[in-house]
Design a protein around this ligand. Structure first.
Ligand SMILES: [Zn+2]
Length: 661
């Protein structure tokens, strides 16, 4: 089995960023097409994670007047989410009209059965294979590729077949964007400029106990010498050099000796920030070779000047004016938006929750960043709305999901992270974002003409996340996982200490459980057929009986056997079991990447205190519609054939859902 270090491990499946920068796809000219279509207009607002229960409560209290109006005009119903209710899975259900058995996205994290190593489920990157070396330089002869792993066709591709125009704004799981002439901007899954899911940089003179590499950012210890700080901003790996060293940009900070402010000098830019002030977007260019550079955008936040110096730099987003990776179709669409609005967040999951979890940004600072994201979104929404004249417009908002993850603790006195002082200050953070969603819907309803069909949906709801359950530790305790060295339990990731010749089952990802199957896994021992099926049933029964020793509560409401629930061509690649957690419980922080801690249970002491990777039955999403909803309990994959039917298109045979109107 290949050995990997921690840093490589964290980046697994997410390299090749810089290489892609150099294949610069030629600009496609936006083609006008589809104007032949009918006058049907369908507007869909997607609010990630908007919860049916909370929406209902606040709507009934009169806090969400636009939602209430839409409910009265057409209808409102909880929307069944996907199995499991993770965003990449759920949005893929919606995009393709398939379930995971068809589109092949089963979890955030998949694994390679041969080597038992984790991979990201939604994208696969490969480096350029042909190179020539000249001294220290390596010239790639062809660019690396990055591939979207979702199978099946996106509904806007089917609309395109019928000449119906669509604009798809930041659809999750659409990275790199699927091939189409429609206007699409990539969503969740879009990395930052380094190819990772988002790495902030934090410069401080403070002696900190935090690790230098947090797996979400890097802490740089700096020194103030004569009111001056000199530092480096790390960038993407340099694909032109041997061993692909990290590129970087030097910058200087000049601290005012009297006032709480500083001047930052980076490349050809100079700007002054007051203490506690955010910069606007700043463009930085990482030189690769004399003729090539990679452009990114980031924001600076001067957290503190004295006594300790503290400067935060956001993850460096792909520059929409010169994208280093494909982020839109046509390629000119991202540039067009940049021309209109200036730089904007291109990264999926834009708010920096890692920085808040690690105490780099506090609640107020996080909310300030999130507000900026929301302002950008609202401005672009208004722009797209004003030119929406036929076909379909889908518009996506991430803040609803991210805020609920980080601020749920303030709605939940039972949360181990409940803090009355902070509740006083930020107790309405989630309600505020629901009201913002209401404002956006209000704008949409006032701008849309009366014939426009409006739908508002979410991919899943939310529940508290108070207790963590390390399913791999549970498997070990129950004899399904055997270790090589029991004394080293809990120290190694990626099952490095696992004796596969005596291991029957293991879990990667947030809800997936795999059998160590002979002929499929590298060192599989369980025979396919009757032996596997009996083992699956045995584990399911045991899992559904697990109780939390602290509260006596049931931990898993249902463990799903995927061969019974999934349909489609990818079904054989699925994990054997999807674990459906009860409200309040989720897999632990270390189990998804294959670490087997000594403790099975623990309190969740992260600010990430709300979650949805549970049993789909406990976290339904929402569906509002201007049309009467005729289906009893619609699901995400029912929306896809519904959309097609609104344009008079028959549902393709492989779609599993039914239309709801
Ligand atoms: Zn989420």
């Amino acid at each position: 089995m290949p050995n990997i270090n921690r840093r490589e491990f964290l980046k697994l499946g997410l390299s090749a960023g810089s290489l892609l920068a150099l294949g610069s796809p030629s600009d496609l000219v936006t083609k006008v097409f589809g104007k032949a279509d009918t006058h049907t207009k369908v507007l869909i607002l997607g609010f990630d994670g908007m919860d049916a229960h909370l929406t209902n409560i606040w709507m009934n209290q009169g806090k969400l007047p636009a939602f209430e109006r839409l409910r009265n005009r057409g209808g409102f119903t909880p929307l069944q989410t996907s199995l499991p209710p993770q965003s990449p899975v759920a949005w893929s259900n919606f995009i393709t009209g398939l379930n995971p058995g068809g589109h092949g996205i089963f979890d955030f994290i998949h694994r390679t059965p041969e080597y038992y190593l984790p991979t990201f489920s939604s994208t696969k990157t490969s480096d350029s294979t042909k190179t020539i070396s000249i001294g220290n330089l390596v010239l790639p002869l062809s660019g690396g590729t990055i591939e979207n792993m979702m199978q099946g066709r996106a509904f806007w591709q089917i609309l395109e077949d019928h000449d119906i125009p669509a604009t798809i704004f930041k659809m999750p799981s659409n990275f790199p964007p699927v091939e189409t002439k429609q206007k699409t901007l990539s969503g969740m899954g879009t990395p930052d400029i380094t190819g990772s899911l988002g790495e902030f940089n934090y410069y401080t003179t403070e002696v900190t106990e935090l690790q230098e590499d947090l797996g979400g950012g890097e802490i740089h210890e700096v020194y103030v010498i004569g009111n001056r700080v000199e530092a480096k901003l790390p960038g993407p790996e340099n694909a032109f050099k041997k061993n692909q060293p990290e590129s970087s940009i030097d910058f200087k900070v000049f601290i005012d000796p009297v006032h709480p402010l500083a001047k930052i000098v980076i490349q050809d830019q100079e700007f002054i920030l007051q203490e506690k002030e955010w910069s606007r977007w700043r463009r930085v260019r990482f030189p690769m070779i004399p003729t090539q550079s990679v452009s990114g955008i980031c924001m600076f936040y001067l957290k503190q000047v004295r006594p300790d110096f503290k400067l935060y730099i956001s993850p460096i987003n792909i520059d929409p004016a010169a994208p280093a990776m494909p982020i839109s179709t046509p390629a000119s669409y991202a540039k067009e938006l940049e021309k209109e609005f200036g730089p904007f967040y291109t990264k999926g999951l834009p708010a920096d929750f890692k920085a808040m979890s690690n105490g780099i940004l506090d609640e107020e600072e996080y909310l300030a960043q999130d507000d900026t994201i929301l302002e950008e979104r609202k401005a672009m929404f208004e722009y797209e709305l004003s030119r929406f004249d036929s076909g379909l417009l889908f518009y996506y908002v991430s803040s609803t999901d991210q805020r609920q993850h980080m601020f749920w603790r303030f709605l939940d006195p039972q949360s181990p992270m409940y803090d009355p002082a902070l509740v006083h200050k930020h107790g309405t953070a989630i309600e505020d974002i629901y009201r913002e969603a209401d404002n956006m819907l209000d704008m949409a309803m006032s701008k849309a003409d009366k014939d426009t069909i409006i739908m508002v949906m979410s991919d899943h709801g939310f529940t508290p996340f108070r207790r963590t359950f390390n399913i791999n530790s549970w498997l070990k305790e129950n004899g399904y996982i055997r270790l090589i060295n029991n004394r080293r339990q809990g120290q190694e990731e990626a099952f490095m200490n696992t004796d596969w010749s005596r291991t029957k089952a293991y879990s990667y990802g947030l809800n997936s459980l795999y059998i160590n199957l002979r002929g499929r896994e590298g060192e599989g021992i369980v025979n396919p057929g009757a032996e596997k099926e009996a083992l699956v049933r045995e584990i399911v029964q045991k899992l559904e009986k697990v109780a939390d020793p602290k509260t006596g509560e049931r931990v898993i409401t249902k463990a799903y056997i995927t061969q019974e629930d999934y349909l489609g061509s990818q079904k054989e690649k699925a994990p054997e079991i999807i674990v459906g957690y009860n409200r309040g419980f989720r897999t632990s922080w270390s189990a998804p990447l294959g670490r087997i801690t000594k403790e099975v249970f623990a309190d969740n002491m992260d600010k990430w205190s709300g979650d949805h990777c549970m049993d789909p039955a406990v976290c339904p999403g929402i569906l509002f519609s201007s049309e009467k909803i005729r289906s009893d309990s619609p699901a995400l994959f029912d929306l896809t054939p519904t959309i097609l039917s609104l344009f008079g298109i028959e549902k393709p045979d492989n779609m599993v859902g039914k239309k709801i109107f």
